[in-house]
Design a protein around this ligand. Structure first.
Ligand SMILES: [Ca+2]
Length: 172
């Protein structure tokens, strides 16, 4: 009698757990399908305010998915890089990665702007200070930020280089 009761309880527990697992799976599925973000900057065209040693470190190296290489502007006041996403995207987050080879500090005090055209860009966020090697810096854009162009620009110091290892733009 006691054994049968225990069995009923364990079957009920198993059913409850199965339902819970099913609910979790449904919730995760709904959540993921709602936020299906991807890196919309990958392999897109990147313009630089200037080149370094000709075009040794072109903008393409900032959107190639490889974190051990980097793009590199020339030394100047307020250098920038601009990614042309090729179409308008709703942009949620932008990640900028510093160089990992001892020059991470080259990435410092920068603005991230997003715009539909290169003449109308809005501030998404700002990073203050000097990055450390391979630092990941996350900039969260204001809600419903939409644009085709993403620009990263150093805004402090008289002479700087902009040399990110990678720029990721999470959008849909
Ligand atoms: Ca890279």
């Amino acid at each position: 009698m006691l054994h049968a009761a225990k069995e009923r309880i364990s079957i009920t527990m198993a059913t409850v757990l199965q339902c819970f697992a099913l609910l979790c799976a449904c919730y995760i599925d709904t959540t993921l399908s709602h936020f299906e973000l991807k890196n919309v900057a990958y392999s897109k065209k990147v313009s630089l305010s200037s080149g370094y040693q000709g075009n040794t470190y072109p903008g393409s190296l900032a959107v190639n998915g490889i974190f051990s290489d980097f793009a590199h502007t020339g030394f100047e006041r307020s250098p920038w890089m601009r990614v042309d996403l090729g179409a308008r995207y709703r942009i949620h987050e932008i990640e900028v990665f510093a160089r990992s080879d001892g020059y991470g500090h080259q990435l410092h005090d920068f603005d991230v702007r997003v715009g539909d055209t290169i003449h109308h860009m809005h501030l998404c966020g700002h990073f203050t200070g000097f990055a450390y090697n391979a630092q990941r810096i996350a900039i969260w854009c204001p809600h419903n930020t939409v644009g085709r162009y993403v620009q990263v620009q150093i805004v402090a110091g008289s002479t700087s280089v902009l040399s990110p290892a990678e720029i990721l733009v999470w959008g849909d």
